[in-house]
Design a binder for this molecule. Structure first.
Ligand code: CA
Length: 217
């Protein structure tokens, strides 16, 4: 699962790419011109950018020149051999010639991600990503500030996903056996997590017991 920025001014093409990438589990953000792409890149980090060369105002090369931090696949016109060479010379990871088959795009995206993305020790649910190694959480690609207890509570829910955990059990797991507070602490932290991460639906209240994180995985 990767966080992908799609920069393509033709809306139906942009939409098609986004839908297909989301279908295979990636989270995507669509932008339709070069300037907005730079703003998006400044706002958050992406694992990959699919970047059309021909864009209004600021073209794809210019966007790439100003931000090369993430792996990039250029979309180029069939006639533009020089465009392809130029993109690769500039350091792009790959290019795809338009019009292209969606399967080809997906294969190229996976290939680039395999090369560039180290195996991640984490989990993703409903556009929220948690990384166990760095103890960080992202929502829609933007890092979410969490207190250490909020992080630990969410990590515990993720590790025990689809299992109902009593408030007492959560207290033990997250706060430790010798914690003096009561189970209201759990409720307060759950409320905060739901709101911060937008997981009101996924973090379920289990009647008279506690909570359960519901996922499909
Ligand atoms: Ca275009």
């Amino acid at each position: 699962m990767a966080n992908i920025l799609i920069v393509e001014d033709e809306e139906p093409v942009n939409e098609l790419i986004r839908r297909n990438l989301e279908l295979v589990g990636h989270q995507c953000r669509s932008v339709y011109d070069g300037k907005t792409a730079l703003t998006a890149l400044a706002e958050c980090s992406f694992d990959l950018m699919v970047l059309d060369v021909m864009l209004p105002e600021l073209d794809g090369f210019e966007v790439f020149k100003q931000n090369r931090e993430q792996p990039t696949i250029f979309l180029t016109a069939r006639s533009g051999l020089s465009d392809r060479l130029r993109g690769l010379t500039m350091g792009a990871d790959d290019y795809i010639v338009k019009p292209f088959e969606m399967l080809e795009l997906l294969a190229r995206v996976e290939a680039v991600l395999r090369r560039t993305q180290p195996k991640r020790n984490g989990f993703e649910i409903a556009r929220v990503r948690i990384d166990f190694d760095s103890r960080r959480i992202w929502r829609d690609g933007v890092e979410t500030e969490c207190s250490p207890k909020e992080y630990e509570l969410f990590e515990t829910l993720v590790i025990n996903r689809n299992i109902a955990l009593s408030r007492e059990r959560l207290l033990e797991l997250v706060w430790g056996y010798d914690f003096e507070g009561d189970t209201r602490t759990v409720d307060v932290h759950i409320q905060r997590l739901r709101k911060k991460l937008g997981l009101e639906k996924q973090i379920r209240t289990v009647y008279k017991l506690g909570y359960r994180l519901e996922t499909e995985q």
